[in-house]
Design a protein. Structure first.
Length: 264
Protein backbone atom coordinates (compact mmCIF):
# COMPACT_ATOMS: atom_id res chain seq x y z
CA UNK A 1 0.00 0.00 0.00
CA UNK A 2 2.91 2.38 0.68
CA UNK A 3 4.19 1.78 -2.83
CA UNK A 4 0.71 2.45 -4.23
CA UNK A 5 0.47 5.73 -2.31
CA UNK A 6 3.86 6.88 -3.61
CA UNK A 7 2.95 5.96 -7.19
CA UNK A 8 -0.26 7.97 -6.92
CA UNK A 9 1.49 10.98 -5.44
CA UNK A 10 4.02 11.02 -8.26
CA UNK A 11 1.46 10.34 -11.00
CA UNK A 12 2.83 6.94 -12.05
CA UNK A 13 -0.41 4.98 -11.71
CA UNK A 14 -4.12 5.34 -12.28
CA UNK A 15 -6.34 7.90 -13.93
CA UNK A 16 -6.90 11.22 -12.19
CA UNK A 17 -9.64 13.83 -12.25
CA UNK A 18 -9.53 17.14 -10.37
CA UNK A 19 -12.26 19.07 -8.58
CA UNK A 20 -10.88 22.21 -6.94
CA UNK A 21 -9.01 21.22 -3.78
CA UNK A 22 -9.85 17.58 -4.41
CA UNK A 23 -8.22 14.97 -6.58
CA UNK A 24 -9.82 11.67 -7.52
CA UNK A 25 -7.78 8.68 -8.67
CA UNK A 26 -9.06 5.47 -10.22
CA UNK A 27 -6.51 2.70 -9.82
CA UNK A 28 -6.34 -0.99 -10.64
CA UNK A 29 -5.03 -2.77 -7.55
CA UNK A 30 -4.64 -6.41 -6.60
CA UNK A 31 -5.06 -5.59 -2.91
CA UNK A 32 -8.87 -5.40 -3.26
CA UNK A 33 -11.47 -7.91 -4.42
CA UNK A 34 -14.20 -5.40 -5.22
CA UNK A 35 -14.61 -1.67 -5.84
CA UNK A 36 -13.28 0.10 -2.76
CA UNK A 37 -13.25 3.83 -1.99
CA UNK A 38 -10.56 5.44 0.20
CA UNK A 39 -10.93 9.07 1.31
CA UNK A 40 -8.30 11.31 2.86
CA UNK A 41 -8.76 14.84 4.23
CA UNK A 42 -5.69 16.88 5.20
CA UNK A 43 -5.62 19.56 7.90
CA UNK A 44 -3.28 21.64 5.78
CA UNK A 45 -3.11 21.94 1.98
CA UNK A 46 -0.35 20.06 0.19
CA UNK A 47 1.05 20.62 -3.29
CA UNK A 48 0.36 18.53 -6.37
CA UNK A 49 3.71 16.87 -6.90
CA UNK A 50 3.11 15.96 -10.54
CA UNK A 51 1.03 18.95 -11.64
CA UNK A 52 2.53 21.34 -14.18
CA UNK A 53 -0.16 23.96 -13.55
CA UNK A 54 1.34 26.31 -10.98
CA UNK A 55 -1.99 28.09 -10.58
CA UNK A 56 -3.89 24.95 -9.57
CA UNK A 57 -5.08 25.06 -5.95
CA UNK A 58 -3.28 22.90 -3.43
CA UNK A 59 -4.99 19.70 -2.41
CA UNK A 60 -6.80 18.90 0.80
CA UNK A 61 -9.09 16.08 -0.30
CA UNK A 62 -7.94 12.87 -1.96
CA UNK A 63 -10.32 10.14 -3.09
CA UNK A 64 -8.97 6.86 -4.44
CA UNK A 65 -11.19 4.35 -6.23
CA UNK A 66 -9.50 0.96 -6.05
CA UNK A 67 -10.69 -1.77 -8.40
CA UNK A 68 -9.39 -5.25 -9.21
CA UNK A 69 -10.60 -4.68 -12.77
CA UNK A 70 -9.47 -2.29 -15.46
CA UNK A 71 -9.66 1.41 -14.71
CA UNK A 72 -11.74 1.88 -17.85
CA UNK A 73 -14.63 0.17 -16.01
CA UNK A 74 -14.82 3.28 -13.79
CA UNK A 75 -14.25 5.91 -16.47
CA UNK A 76 -17.82 6.42 -17.66
CA UNK A 77 -19.75 6.50 -14.39
CA UNK A 78 -17.92 6.21 -11.08
CA UNK A 79 -15.07 8.64 -11.72
CA UNK A 80 -17.32 11.43 -13.12
CA UNK A 81 -19.89 10.87 -10.34
CA UNK A 82 -17.30 11.41 -7.58
CA UNK A 83 -15.84 14.42 -9.40
CA UNK A 84 -19.23 16.08 -9.85
CA UNK A 85 -20.00 15.48 -6.18
CA UNK A 86 -16.78 17.15 -5.05
CA UNK A 87 -17.30 20.18 -7.28
CA UNK A 88 -20.34 21.14 -5.20
CA UNK A 89 -19.03 23.64 -2.64
CA UNK A 90 -21.28 22.42 0.16
CA UNK A 91 -20.05 18.86 -0.26
CA UNK A 92 -16.41 19.92 -0.21
CA UNK A 93 -16.99 22.00 2.93
CA UNK A 94 -18.62 19.05 4.68
CA UNK A 95 -15.64 16.83 3.87
CA UNK A 96 -13.10 19.45 4.94
CA UNK A 97 -14.87 19.85 8.28
CA UNK A 98 -14.61 16.13 9.02
CA UNK A 99 -12.16 15.27 11.79
CA UNK A 100 -12.80 11.53 12.15
CA UNK A 101 -13.76 8.54 10.01
CA UNK A 102 -17.17 8.58 11.72
CA UNK A 103 -17.71 12.14 10.45
CA UNK A 104 -17.19 10.88 6.90
CA UNK A 105 -19.48 7.89 7.37
CA UNK A 106 -22.17 10.19 8.77
CA UNK A 107 -22.09 12.27 5.59
CA UNK A 108 -25.23 10.88 3.96
CA UNK A 109 -24.69 12.51 0.58
CA UNK A 110 -21.34 10.81 0.20
CA UNK A 111 -22.42 7.44 1.52
CA UNK A 112 -25.49 7.35 -0.72
CA UNK A 113 -23.56 8.17 -3.86
CA UNK A 114 -24.08 5.30 -6.29
CA UNK A 115 -20.84 4.04 -7.78
CA UNK A 116 -20.95 1.37 -10.45
CA UNK A 117 -18.35 -0.20 -12.62
CA UNK A 118 -19.43 -0.53 -16.23
CA UNK A 119 -19.21 -3.92 -17.86
CA UNK A 120 -16.32 -4.30 -20.27
CA UNK A 121 -15.80 -6.55 -23.26
CA UNK A 122 -13.39 -8.67 -21.19
CA UNK A 123 -16.27 -9.58 -18.85
CA UNK A 124 -18.04 -11.43 -21.68
CA UNK A 125 -14.95 -12.56 -23.56
CA UNK A 126 -14.24 -16.19 -24.24
CA UNK A 127 -10.68 -17.25 -24.85
CA UNK A 128 -9.72 -18.49 -28.29
CA UNK A 129 -10.21 -22.26 -28.53
CA UNK A 130 -9.43 -22.83 -32.19
CA UNK A 131 -7.40 -20.87 -34.70
CA UNK A 132 -6.05 -21.61 -38.14
CA UNK A 133 -3.32 -20.13 -40.30
CA UNK A 134 -3.63 -18.61 -43.80
CA UNK A 135 -2.15 -21.75 -45.36
CA UNK A 136 -4.39 -24.22 -43.49
CA UNK A 137 -6.28 -26.33 -46.10
CA UNK A 138 -9.97 -25.53 -46.37
CA UNK A 139 -10.89 -29.21 -45.98
CA UNK A 140 -9.31 -29.30 -42.51
CA UNK A 141 -11.14 -26.13 -41.51
CA UNK A 142 -14.54 -27.36 -42.68
CA UNK A 143 -13.97 -30.68 -40.91
CA UNK A 144 -13.09 -28.83 -37.69
CA UNK A 145 -16.23 -26.68 -37.89
CA UNK A 146 -18.48 -29.69 -38.49
CA UNK A 147 -16.93 -31.93 -35.83
CA UNK A 148 -16.83 -29.25 -33.13
CA UNK A 149 -20.07 -27.53 -34.07
CA UNK A 150 -18.48 -24.07 -34.19
CA UNK A 151 -19.81 -21.15 -36.17
CA UNK A 152 -16.53 -19.47 -37.06
CA UNK A 153 -12.78 -19.92 -36.95
CA UNK A 154 -10.29 -17.03 -36.72
CA UNK A 155 -7.34 -16.90 -39.08
CA UNK A 156 -4.11 -15.66 -37.50
CA UNK A 157 -0.52 -15.08 -38.56
CA UNK A 158 2.44 -16.84 -37.01
CA UNK A 159 2.71 -14.05 -34.42
CA UNK A 160 -0.99 -14.63 -33.63
CA UNK A 161 -1.95 -11.35 -35.28
CA UNK A 162 -5.57 -11.36 -36.41
CA UNK A 163 -5.93 -11.62 -40.18
CA UNK A 164 -9.54 -12.60 -40.80
CA UNK A 165 -12.28 -15.09 -40.04
CA UNK A 166 -14.01 -18.02 -41.69
CA UNK A 167 -17.68 -18.40 -40.81
CA UNK A 168 -20.13 -21.11 -41.72
CA UNK A 169 -21.44 -18.66 -44.30
CA UNK A 170 -17.98 -18.36 -45.87
CA UNK A 171 -17.68 -22.13 -45.98
CA UNK A 172 -21.07 -22.49 -47.67
CA UNK A 173 -20.21 -19.81 -50.22
CA UNK A 174 -17.27 -21.97 -51.27
CA UNK A 175 -19.09 -25.32 -51.19
CA UNK A 176 -22.38 -24.44 -52.90
CA UNK A 177 -20.99 -23.63 -56.37
CA UNK A 178 -19.17 -26.96 -56.32
CA UNK A 179 -22.39 -28.79 -55.51
CA UNK A 180 -24.31 -26.94 -58.22
CA UNK A 181 -21.63 -27.91 -60.73
CA UNK A 182 -22.50 -31.56 -60.18
CA UNK A 183 -19.79 -32.59 -57.77
CA UNK A 184 -21.39 -35.18 -55.51
CA UNK A 185 -19.05 -34.77 -52.55
CA UNK A 186 -18.35 -31.45 -50.86
CA UNK A 187 -14.91 -32.66 -49.82
CA UNK A 188 -11.90 -31.23 -51.66
CA UNK A 189 -10.67 -33.13 -54.72
CA UNK A 190 -7.18 -33.29 -56.19
CA UNK A 191 -7.95 -30.32 -58.45
CA UNK A 192 -8.81 -27.90 -55.65
CA UNK A 193 -6.82 -29.34 -52.74
CA UNK A 194 -4.68 -26.20 -52.77
CA UNK A 195 -7.57 -24.03 -51.54
CA UNK A 196 -6.52 -22.67 -48.13
CA UNK A 197 -7.85 -20.37 -45.43
CA UNK A 198 -6.65 -17.16 -47.08
CA UNK A 199 -8.74 -18.01 -50.16
CA UNK A 200 -11.99 -18.34 -48.21
CA UNK A 201 -11.70 -16.04 -45.19
CA UNK A 202 -13.37 -12.69 -44.71
CA UNK A 203 -10.63 -10.12 -44.27
CA UNK A 204 -12.50 -6.99 -43.23
CA UNK A 205 -13.85 -7.81 -39.80
CA UNK A 206 -15.00 -5.43 -37.08
CA UNK A 207 -12.96 -6.04 -33.91
CA UNK A 208 -13.20 -4.75 -30.33
CA UNK A 209 -10.69 -4.33 -27.51
CA UNK A 210 -10.98 -5.97 -24.11
CA UNK A 211 -11.31 -2.66 -22.25
CA UNK A 212 -14.10 -1.33 -24.48
CA UNK A 213 -17.57 -0.80 -22.99
CA UNK A 214 -19.67 -3.94 -23.37
CA UNK A 215 -22.72 -1.81 -24.14
CA UNK A 216 -20.86 -0.16 -27.02
CA UNK A 217 -19.75 -3.56 -28.33
CA UNK A 218 -23.31 -4.88 -28.09
CA UNK A 219 -24.53 -1.85 -30.01
CA UNK A 220 -22.00 -2.64 -32.74
CA UNK A 221 -23.20 -6.23 -32.93
CA UNK A 222 -26.81 -5.11 -33.34
CA UNK A 223 -26.09 -2.37 -35.88
CA UNK A 224 -23.77 -4.56 -37.96
CA UNK A 225 -25.99 -7.63 -37.52
CA UNK A 226 -23.13 -9.90 -36.45
CA UNK A 227 -23.33 -12.85 -34.07
CA UNK A 228 -19.87 -12.39 -32.59
CA UNK A 229 -16.89 -10.07 -32.54
CA UNK A 230 -13.18 -10.89 -32.27
CA UNK A 231 -11.32 -9.30 -29.35
CA UNK A 232 -7.81 -8.07 -30.08
CA UNK A 233 -5.02 -6.60 -27.99
CA UNK A 234 -2.44 -4.60 -29.96
CA UNK A 235 -3.40 -6.51 -33.07
CA UNK A 236 -3.20 -9.95 -31.44
CA UNK A 237 -6.34 -12.07 -31.21
CA UNK A 238 -7.08 -12.98 -27.58
CA UNK A 239 -10.74 -14.05 -27.65
CA UNK A 240 -14.24 -13.27 -28.85
CA UNK A 241 -17.67 -12.26 -27.61
CA UNK A 242 -21.00 -13.50 -28.90
CA UNK A 243 -24.57 -12.34 -28.56
CA UNK A 244 -25.55 -14.99 -26.03
CA UNK A 245 -22.81 -14.13 -23.53
CA UNK A 246 -23.40 -10.39 -23.97
CA UNK A 247 -27.15 -10.74 -23.45
CA UNK A 248 -26.64 -12.82 -20.32
CA UNK A 249 -24.38 -10.22 -18.68
CA UNK A 250 -26.43 -7.19 -19.66
CA UNK A 251 -29.66 -8.83 -18.50
CA UNK A 252 -28.11 -9.75 -15.14
CA UNK A 253 -26.93 -6.17 -14.66
CA UNK A 254 -30.27 -4.56 -15.44
CA UNK A 255 -32.11 -7.17 -13.36
CA UNK A 256 -35.30 -6.59 -15.36
CA UNK A 257 -37.50 -9.43 -14.22
CA UNK A 258 -41.20 -8.91 -14.73
CA UNK A 259 -44.29 -10.97 -14.17
CA UNK A 260 -44.73 -13.14 -17.28
CA UNK A 261 -48.50 -13.22 -16.71
CA UNK A 262 -48.71 -9.44 -16.85
CA UNK A 263 -50.55 -9.41 -13.51
CA UNK A 264 -49.70 -6.92 -10.77
Amino acid sequence: MERLALDLAEGRRGERADAGQAAVWAVQAEVVDTLTVAIGVADEPFSRMDDEDADAPDLRIVVVLLTPRRVSALRDQALPAITRFLKVDENSRRLLSATTADDLRAFGGLMELELREHLLVEDAMRAVQYRVYPETPFGEIADLMVRRGIQSVPVVGHEYEFLGIITTGDALKYLLPRMRAGQQSPHPTTEDSEVVARDVMTRRVMCVSEDQSLVDAANTMVNRNVEQLPVVREGELIGSIDRNSVLELLFDQTNLIGDPTGET
